[in-house]
Design a protein around this ligand. Structure first.
Ligand code: FAD
Length: 492
C-alpha cells in the first residue's frame, strides 16, 4: 500500500493538470481526490450532502451527541486505510483493541449473574496463521473439537487452491458451502450467522462464501489481520476532513451541497458535463463517480445503458441496515471492544463510551448497535425498532437491564436507517462488480461496490478510490483522455 501511494507522488508531473470532477465525498471519493492531488491533478469533489463521509458520515443531535450512520471497525488487514492514516499523520486516532474476537452468549450468565462472553484470543507472540489456530483451538465454549476439525477439513481446498478457489466459491452461499464441505450445521449457527451479519448485514443462507473466505484468508495470513480498532471520534471530523484538507492544500476543491442530477454527454458518448440540482453545469476534463451503485443506476444516461459494463450494474443492489444508538443512565459493561451479539435481530455492538475516546463517559453507557438483517424492519417506526432491540438487550444484559424497569434506564435513543447501503453480497455478485476503468474515456468509477479484493468495506472504498485515481492518472499520462477546451486552458 505504501509503494502504491508513493507511485502517485513519483509520477512525472502532468504538463497540464487535469481538472477531475469527483462525485461524492465518501471514503472512495476522498481517497480518489487525495491521490489525484498527489499525482499533480486538480480534483473538484462534489458532495450532495452537507456532511463528509457518506456511509461513515455522522452529525450532532440537539444535545451535541454524535449520531453515526454506522458502527465502524477498522482491521489490521486494511493496508490502504492504515496507510492513509500514516500519510495524513493521524495514526494515533486509531484506537487498537486487544487481539480478540468476543461473542456474546445471549441468555447465559456467569455465576455472579453477568452476561457471558466467549472469546477467541490471538496470542501476541505467535505469527499468523498460528495465532489464529491457537485462538480457535483454545475456545471451547462455542465449538467442540470434532466440529473444529470438520470445519478445518472443509477449508483444505481454500488453503490448497488459494484465491482461485475463493473466487469460485462466489457461486455458493455460506450455508451451501458448509453442507457441501460436510461442516456440521452447528458451526454455521454458532459462528457464521454472527459473522455473515457483521460482514454484509445478511444471513449465511444468502451471503456468498467468497466473502467469508476472503475475510478468513486475510485473518489467517496476516498476524495482525483480525486486530480491530475504533476511530477516536466521529469519522467526518477525525478522518474525512484530514483527507479533504490534504487535497485542498494541493489545489483541489470541495463543494458541499452539490447534488448532481444528470450526466450530460457529447455525441461520442463521452461526458460533456454534470448537471447539478440547481441547474448549473460543472465541466471538467474527467469524471469519477463514487456514488452508491443504486444512485448510479438511476443516473446512467440512456445511451450508456446497453453497454455491458453499465448493464451489469443491474446485478447489484444495496442492502438495508439500521444503526442504533442507546444512551443509558449507568454503565452496562466494562468490555472495551466490539461484541458479536449472536442474537436474532442484532449483528455487532459496542459500548462507545468505553471504546471511543471522543464519546467517553465514565458514568453512563452509549451502546451503538447494528440491527441486521433489516429488510423486515427498515420501514417500521423507530419506536418498534427500539422496543425489539430492548427485548434483545434484556437477554444480553441480564444483570443490568430488567423488564420491570428496576435496572438501568434508557435515557434516549437514535435510529439511523440506510435502506440501500453497501451492495448485497449474495452468491454470484462478483460477476457484476465493475472495474474502475469504464469504456467511456473520460469517466471512471470508484466506490466499495467496484472490483477490488476488500469487498464492501472502508478498505474497499479507500482502495477503489486509489485504483480509480491510478487508472485516471495513467490515462492522462498516456493522453487518452480528451481535454476540455476553454476552462482547462484557464486552469492551466
Ligand atoms: P459512500 O460512503 O456511500 O459515498 C458515496 C457519496 O456519494 C456519499 O457521500 C453521497 O452523499 C454521495 N452522493 C450520492 N449521490 C450523489 C449525487 N447525486 N451527487 C453528489 N454526491 C452524491 N465498513 C468497514 O470496513 N467496517 C465496518 O465496521 C463497517 N460497518 C458499517 C456499518 C454500517 C451500518 C454501514 C452502513 C456500513 C458499514 N461499513 C463498514 C461499510 C463502509 O461504511 C462502506 O463500505 C464505505 O463507507 C463506502 O464508501 P463509498 O465511498 O464507497 O460510498
Amino acid at each position: 500500500a505504501a509503494a502504491f501511494s508513493q507511485s502517485f507522488v513519483d509520477m512525472p508531473r502532468p504538463g497540464r493538470p487535469l481538472q477531475v470532477a469527483v462525485i461524492g465525498a465518501g471514503l472512495a471519493g476522498l481517497s480518489c481526490a487525495k491521490y489525484l492531488s498527489d499525482a499533480g491533478h486538480e480534483p473538484i469533489v462534489l458532495e450532495a450532502r452537507d456532511v463528509l463521509g457518506g456511509k461513515v458520515s455522522a452529525w450532532q443531535d440537539k444535545d451535541g451527541d454524535w449520531i453515526e450512520t454506522g458502527l465502524h471497525i477498522f482491521f489490521g488487514a486494511y493496508p490502504n486505510v492504515n496507510q492513509m492514516f500514516t500519510e495524513l499523520g493521524i495514526r494515533d486516532r486509531l484506537q487498537w483493541k486487544s487481539h480478540s474476537m468476543i461473542f456474546a452468549m445471549p441468555g447465559q450468565q456467569t455465576t455472579d449473574g453477568f452476561q457471558r462472553f466467549s472469546r477467541f484470543e490471538f496470542p501476541d507472540l505467535l505469527p499468523a496463521p498460528l495465532n489464529g489456530l491457537v485462538a480457535i483451538l483454545l475456545n471451547t465454549e462455542m465449538l467442540t473439537f470434532p466440529e473444529k476439525i470438520q470445519f478445518g477439513i472443509g477449508l483444505i481446498p481454500a488453503i490448497l487452491f488459494g484465491q482461485k478457489y475463493v473466487e469460485e466459491c462466489d457461486s455458493l452461499t455460506v450455508t451451501e458451502w458448509m453442507s457441501k464441505q460436510g461442516v456440521p450445521d452447528r458451526v454455521n449457527d454458532e459462528v457464521f450467522i454472527a459473522m455473515a451479519k457483521a460482514l454484509n448485514f445478511i444471513d449465511p443462507d444468502n451471503l456468498s462464501m467468497t466473502v467469508v473466505l476472503t475475510a478468513l484468508n486475510r485473518f489467517l495470513q496476516e498476524t495482525h489481520g483480525s486486530k480491530m480498532a475504533f476511530l477516536d471520534g466521529p469519522p467526518p471530523t477525525r478522518l474525512c476532513q484530514p483527507m479533504a484538507d490534504h487535497m485542498l492544500a494541493r489545489g483541489g476543491e470541495l463543494r458541499m451541497n452539490q447534488r448532481i442530477s444528470e450526466i450530460l454527454l457529447n455525441d461520442d458518448k463521452t461526458v460533456k458535463g454534470l448537471k447539478m440540482q440547481d441547474g448549473s453545469v460543472v465541466v471538467a476534463d474527467a469524471y469519477v463517480s463514487t456514488m452508491p451503485v443504486d444512485v448510479l443506476k438511476l443516473m446512467l444516461p440512456d445511451e450508456w445503458r446497453p453497454i455491458p459494463y453499465f448493464d451489469k450494474l443491474n446485478g447489484l443492489t444495496g442492502v438495508p441496515v439500521i444503526n442504533i444508538h442507546m444512551w443509558f443512565d449507568r454503565k452496562l459493561t466494562t468490555v472495551d471492544h466490539l461484541l458479536f451479539s449472536r442474537s436474532p435481530l442484532l449483528s455487532v455492538y459496542a459500548d462507545m463510551s468505553l471504546t471511543c475516546k471522543g464519546y467517553r463517559d465514565d458514568e453512563k453507557s452509549m451502546l451503538e448497535l447494528v440491527f441486521a438483517p433489516a429488510k423486515d424492519w427498515i420501514g417500521r417506526p423507530d419506536a418498534d425498532i427500539i422496543e425489539a432491540t430492548m427485548d434483545e438487550l434484556y437477554r444480553l444484559f441480564p444483570n443490568e437491564l430488567n423488564k420491570d424497569g428496576s435496572g438501568a434506564k434508557l435515557l434516549k435513543s437514535a435510529v439511523v436507517k440506510t435502506p440501500l447501503s453497501v451492495y448485497e453480497a449474495t452468491a454470484g455478485r462478483e460477476l457484476y462488480r465493475p472495474v474502475q476503468t469504464s469504456p467511456i474515456s473520460n469517466f471512471f468509477l470508484a466506490g466499495c461496490f467496484t472490483k477490488q479484493k476488500y469487498l464492501a468495506s472502508m478498505e474497499g472504498a479507500t482502495f477503489s478510490g486509489k485504483l480509480a485515481a491510478k487508472a485516471l492518472a495513467d490515462a492522462a499520462a498516456a493522453g487518452t483522455i480528451p481535454l476540455k477546451e476553454a476552462a482547462s486552458a484557464v486552469a492551466a
